[in-house]
Structure formats: structure tokens, C-alpha cells
Design a protein around this ligand. Structure first.
Ligand code: CA
Length: 232
């Protein structure tokens, strides 16, 4: 299963450890750093390897705001800031600087996880990406990934896949697919649909065996329950 990778910057070792242990237990992959400057220099090279950052604002010498400012020049990765109880100004400032969310210390670990999930969901929606089991579709960029591996599709294949997904669990006849994707004035036959589906299946591999043939009727796109539960 795909693991969400989190990078957590916090100078207090106790918090660092408890957050890391808790999130690891919950199935996240977590790396931590106690030194703001080290974190900054590391992230400027490696930020794209992560799905989410959690930054404590109060760090000695090089604080969370400085890290966020640098990161925002190169990345739109979701960021949650941790602020002190009295730091209302910090909270507002962190939004100004492009944080996606903040959490006031002290916080409950379960609440942190709820914030992480909400921020990740929101960022996926903004990106216009759809996750269906092991399949991920970036509609805006028109890219398709199988278990995070990019897949090369033609325009036509992409359109057919998107049409099937939008009508997930429905049985679609070849004519329906043809009309929706090729258009009513298309002269070619319904065999064109079969050809595209065949290539799509090959591209999606056995890992995303989600396009089913319904004998005598057409095709149906459906993600098996075990894959749906597995996607985070
Ligand atoms: Ca701190």
C-alpha cells in the first residue's frame, strides 16, 4: 500500500518521539529533525519526496516560519504549523505565509492525525486528483499513475478511462462509450472501443485490474473493496 510520507520538525525530543511513534503506528512513514537549519537545508533538496510537513514554529535560531518561507518558494506541499497557545499572531502569520493548517500546543495525537487527514484530502481535491485503489488520476495534468508509477496513455485512452471512472459500477455498452468519447458522428465501429480497452488494461497492468467485461453487455469499471480499503 502507498504510505503517506511526513517530515516533522520539532526541537523538543519528547514531542518529536511521541508524534513519530504515534503516526508510525497509524501507518504513516515519519522522519523527524530537531534542528531548524538542518531541516531547512535538507528540505530544500528533498521536499518533493514527502507528502506533508509538520513544522514547529518555535525552534531555536532557525524557526518554522523561516523554513516555511523557503519551502513555499519551491513547493506547494501541505504544511501544518505547530504554535504555542499564546501565539495567536503566529497562527495568523502562518496562514499568510502559506501554511495549510495549524495546531495549538499542547494537542492530542488523535487530533493531529485528524488535521493531517483533512489537509491531505483538501490538497488532493485542489490538485484535481482522483484516487481509486492503486490507480491515481491527475485530471488537470492528464496523468495516470499505477501504484505511483506514471503510465503513458494516449488522449483517447485517457478519455475512455475517465468516462468509465465517472460511471463506476455501471455497465456501459460499447455504443455508449463510443458516443461519449468518440462522438456520434464517428464512422468507425464499436471494435475501436475494444481496442482501446485492451490497451488500457495492458497499461494499468494486473495491479489495477479494474475494467471488467460484462458478457453481452459491455464494460464496467469497479475497484475491488480490498483495494479501496487499502488506499489512504
Ligand atoms: Ca519548539
Amino acid at each position: 500500500m502507498l504510505q503517506t510520507k511526513i517530515y516533522f520538525v520539532e526541537d523538543e525530543e519528547k514531542i518529536r518521539r511521541s508524534v513519530r511513534d504515534f503516526l508510525t503506528l497509524k501507518g504513516y512513514s515519519v522522519e523527524t529533525e530537531g534542528n531548524g537549519k538542518t531541516a531547512y537545508e535538507y528540505l530544500m533538496e528533498h521536499v518533493e519526496e514527502y507528502d506533508l510537513l509538520i513544522l514547529d514554529i518555535m525552534l531555536p535560531f532557525f524557526d518554522g516560519k523561516a523554513i516555511l518561507k523557503g519551502i513555499r518558494e519551491i513547493s506547494d506541499i501541505p504544511v501544518i504549523m505547530l504554535t504555542a497557545k499564546t501565539g495567536m499572531g503566529d497562527q495568523l502569520a502562518s496562514f499568510d505565509m502559506g501554511a495549510d493548517d495549524y495546531l495549538t500546543k499542547p494537542f492530542m495525537l488523535a487530533v493531529l492525525e485528524a488535521h493531517i487527514q483533512a489537509v491531505l484530502r483538501r490538497s488532493q481535491k485542489e490538485k484535481g486528483s482522483l484516487e481509486l485503489g492503486k490507480l491515481r488520476i491527475d485530471e488537470k495534468e492528464q496523468r495516470v499513475y499505477v501504484s505511483d508509477r506514471p503510465v503513458e496513455l494516449t488522449r483517447r485512452e485517457f478519455d475512455v478511462l475517465l468516462y468509465l471512472i465517472r460511471h463506476s459500477r455501471e455497465v456501459l455498452s460499447r455504443n455508449q462509450i463510443l458516443d461519449a468519447v468518440w462522438g456520434y458522428d464517428f464512422e468507425g465501429g464499436i471494435r475501436s472501443v475494444d481496442t482501446v480497452i485492451k490497451r488500457l488494461r495492458a497499461q494499468l497492468t494486473h495491479e489495477c485490474n479494474y475494467i471488467h467485461t460484462v458478457y453481452g453487455a459491455g464494460y464496467r469499471f469497479q475497484v475491488p473493496d480490498e483495494d479501496l480499503q487499502g488506499s489512504s
